[in-house]
Design a binder for this molecule. Sequence first.
Ligand SMILES: [Zn+2]
Length: 206
Amino acid sequence: MLPAAREELRLQGIPIHGQYKARIREAYSLPSLQQYEQKRFDWYHDEQTMIDWTTFRQTIRKFHTQKATIHKHVFHFSPTGHWAHQNNHHLPSSCPRCGNPNENNAHVLQCTDPVVHQWRQQIFPALKKAIQQSRVQCSDPQLVEIMQAGIHSYLSHSAPPNPFAYPKPYQTLVSQQNAIGWAHVWMGQFSTEWKIQADAYYRNNP
Ligand SMILES: [Zn+2]
């Protein structure tokens, strides 16, 4: 056996070629994190295996200076009325803007207050601009449309997109993101199908 092969590190059967500390930490913490998430988000099936955890890690890493805030956001523990009331029963759980009796993480985005409504109106032009300004020159218009439909369904508290309303190659993506939940797009938790379909589009439209 070559010396290099003798020194190869494998975690859960997968060879590790760098960033050893981070990979060991992940291998140690990921199973318990996944178990926790399963309970927290009422995932009963294989939703976790549908998530592109590489993209999630890359997204989270960009906010390393705001770790505490991001963790609260990802696990739905942001300082809302819901948690304030849980911690101190004298504090109201209601939304200070619209008076909804339970201001939780979802409500912060779905609030009917005119100011929040105006903010929601700005999301789609901002999303379009971000795509145009990104280094990706040929974003798949079908993926952009699905993303907009999914985000809109979540923000307006309406039914998620119907997978069968889209061409066949995209139907698994829509089904998977519906199962994971469109709320999770706000947390950087995307179905692996997004990357698969984006790569396929770039291959066919170089
Ligand atoms: Zn509200």
